[in-house]
Design a protein around this ligand. Structure first.
Ligand code: C2E
Ligand code: MG
Ligand code: MG
Length: 578
């Protein structure tokens, strides 16, 4: 059942991007020695003993422990770091000189005292800067343990969080003249790949993404994997051209959006990028990561697959979000939620068959907040589970008061399916209210079927067995494939209002007709959302659409107005002419 987009299994097939598996010598800049490939990551924030060295082998910055352990004076002296090392360790002079000038990374062992050794791991950060990390060797430990220096991510061979921390720390203490930017990159839909194709393929995908990302950026840029599907790129803009950050971001987004072929599976993911540029908005290195994170949030809320630069307003928005989150937590207790009900009519007769329950939040100071603004937040924080239960209970209690031929439709978020008690909460709402199961319909969206389809299928089957019907909401806007529609126990397809509302184009009409035909073939009813004009209503009826909902019939109504609406039957004015 994992044939859902964005994943499609390829029969055999050759690599779409054969070079994904190759990293050229020049691309090795910014990574650490390959002999450290099996290194185990140290704890984030562990004390590092390091120095950042420039092209003339002079120290840009070093921590005091570094000089103390090596027994050299790293500060103010006419001698370069290399010269000091050569004086102190004459037997290693040649080795040190070549390691510090080489763009490949290397490791050198030094004897500090008669019974103490240390290892210098020299990593090329870019064409003329080296990160030198010192690691004391304790006697009695195996060679391989000594090499577990962990500046790299063992999976992707990129740098890891520790390398980033050291880089930013040393960079902060350097003169900071370079214009620089930090890009936080998060893969879109990676979780779906992991959940549907397994962690093995997920890991391989991460490796190939890492190689492709490496190619998208400049040789001088540092790239690390923070963990999971999060990567950071530090872009040092030596030529000071302001557009270069944007160029890199654009290329990253574009290259990651191209399909990947992993073990015969063609995988379409994408990436969202948040960028903080050191300068007016982001004054110091310490803020780079936080600001890039806020910009990443912006990219995700813009619909993913894009990049955003940090702006001050994002910080204010994040604060507002946090406030909203706090008020959302109290909203049920404070009875700030209510439901309104929008009628659904059968097109051929113009009779009302039921109502869709739509939530409203009346905030104490902000007034009415649209579900479009708070449902995503409630989903992010998991509060949708208790809000969803409240909606189910309230809608069922309300519907039981209506004439028996009228049904109620309740929107359900994909996050609710992640809760083990979801099916039980539907049963509870029916039991408590006494509503007949066949009068309840739940509306799901296509994304529900993509995340963990096997588990969702089982839940939907149970819901259907109870006698509750299931409608696919906003159809045509998501990723679901035809096989999804036919495999899942759905009884209704709701055609998204974007194809119905406004001016009808040839394309939107063709789409609507295709969905109606699909409904007929699969034995499912079709309901058009967003019907606003008589013309749209007539057209849909003539095209064979079963039902409609929209402002033409009625805007959503307060519970108290339903009785009057039913008795008025004012919607009969839109009945089609015989
Ligand atoms: P939806 O389920 O597709 O609901 C239809 C939305 O379209 C409603 O917006 C409705 O007021 C609006 N609408 C209906 N007819 C027309 C029309 O003719 N023209 C226009 N322009 N709009 C029309 P609303 O109430 O703002 O809800 C927005 C979305 O929020 C809903 O879309 C649904 O996805 C979500 N939502 C609402 N209530 C709940 C809830 O209780 N739980 C969950 N999880 N989501 C909810
Ligand atoms: Mg709906
Ligand atoms: Mg809808």
């Amino acid at each position: 059942m994992n044939s859902n987009l964005p994943l499609e299994k390829e029969a055999g097939g050759s690599e779409l991007h054969p070079s994904d598996n190759e990293v050229s010598a020049s691309q090795q800049h910014g990574t650490v020695p390959s002999q450290l490939a099996n290194a185990e990551p140290l704890q984030h924030g562990a004390m590092a003993t390091y120095a950042l060295v420039d092209g003339e082998a002079s120290i840009i910055s070093a921590n005091p422990e570094f000089s103390r352990l090596l027994d050299i004076d790293a500060e103010c002296s006419q001698l370069s770091f290399l010269e000091k090392l050569e004086q102190r360790y004459p037997e290693n002079a040649n080795e040190l000189a070549s390691a510090l000038s080489d763009t490949n990374s290397s490791t050198i062992e030094l004897q500090i005292t008669s019974n103490e050794h240390c290892r210098l791991n020299i990593a090329a950060i870019d064409s003329d800067r080296r990160l030198v990390v010192l690691e004391p060797i304790k006697s009695g430990h195996s060679e391989i343990e000594h090499v577990k220096l962990s500046l790299i991510d063992p999976l992707t061979q990129l740098g890891n969080r520790r390398q980033l921390d050291i880089f930013l720390e040393s960079w902060q203490s350097a003169d900071g003249k370079q214009v620089a930017a930090l890009m936080l990159m998060d893969l879109d839909r990676f979780k779906i790949v992991n959940d549907t194709l397994g962690h093995g393929i997920g890991d391989t995908l991460l490796k190939v993404v890492a190689q492709r990302a490496r190619r998208a950026i400049r040789d001088d840029d540092l790239i690390v994997r923070l963990g999971g599907d999060e990567f950071v790129i530090v872009h040092t803009n030596k030529d000071q051209s302001s557009g270069s950050v944007e160029k890199v971001a654009k290329r990253l987004v574009e290259m990651i959006s191209r399909p990947f072929l992993v073990d015969g599976h063609q995988i379409g993911i994408g990436t969202s990028v948040g960028i903080a540029v050191l300068g007016d908005e982001t004054k110091n290195v310490a803020d780079l990561m936080r600001h890039a994170d806020l910009a990443l949030y912006e990219s995700k809320s813009k619909g993913r697959g894009t990049y955003s630069f940090f702006e001050q307003t994002m910080e204010q928005n994040a604060l507002r979000r946090r406030d909203l989150e706090t008020s959302l937590r109290r909203a049920i207790g404070l009875k700030q939620f209510s439901l309104v009900y929008q009628p659904q009519v059968q097109l051929s007769q113009g009779v009302v068959t039921g109502f869709e329950a739509l939530i409203r939040w009346n905030h104490e100071t902000l007034g009415l907040i649209s579900p479009m603004d708070f449902i995503p937040l409630a989903e992010e924080t998991g509060q949708i589970v208790s809000i969803g239960e409240w909606v189910l209970n309230t809608a069922c209690k309300e519907a039981v008061k209506w004439p028996e031929h009228l049904n109620v439709a309740v929107n359900v978020s994909p996050v609710q399916f992640e809760s083990e008690s979801f099916v039980n909460s539907i049963q509870d709402a029916l039991t408590i209210s006494g509503l007949q199961p066949n009068r309840l319909e739940i509306e799901i969206t296509e994304s529900v079927l993509i995340n963990n389809p096997e588990a969702v299928f089982k839940q939907l089957e149970k819901i259907k067995e109870m006698g509750v019907s299931i409608a696919m909401d906003d159809f045509g806007t998501g990723y679901s494939s035809l096989s999804n529609l036919s495999n899942f126990p759905l009884s209704k397809i709701k055609i998204d209002q974007s194809f119905v509302r406004g001016e009808q184009t040839e394309k939107s009409r063709a789409l609507v007709n295709a969905i109606i035909a699909l409904g007929v073939n699969l034995g499912m009813d079709t309901l058009a959302e967003g019907v606003e004009t008589q013309d749209q209503y007539m057209q849909l009826a003539n095209d064979g659409c079963k039902a409609a909902q929209g402002y033409l019939i009625s805007k959503p109504l307060q519970a108290a107005s339903i009785e009057k609406f039913i008795s008025d039957q004012s919607f009969n004015s839109v009945k089609i002419d015989p």
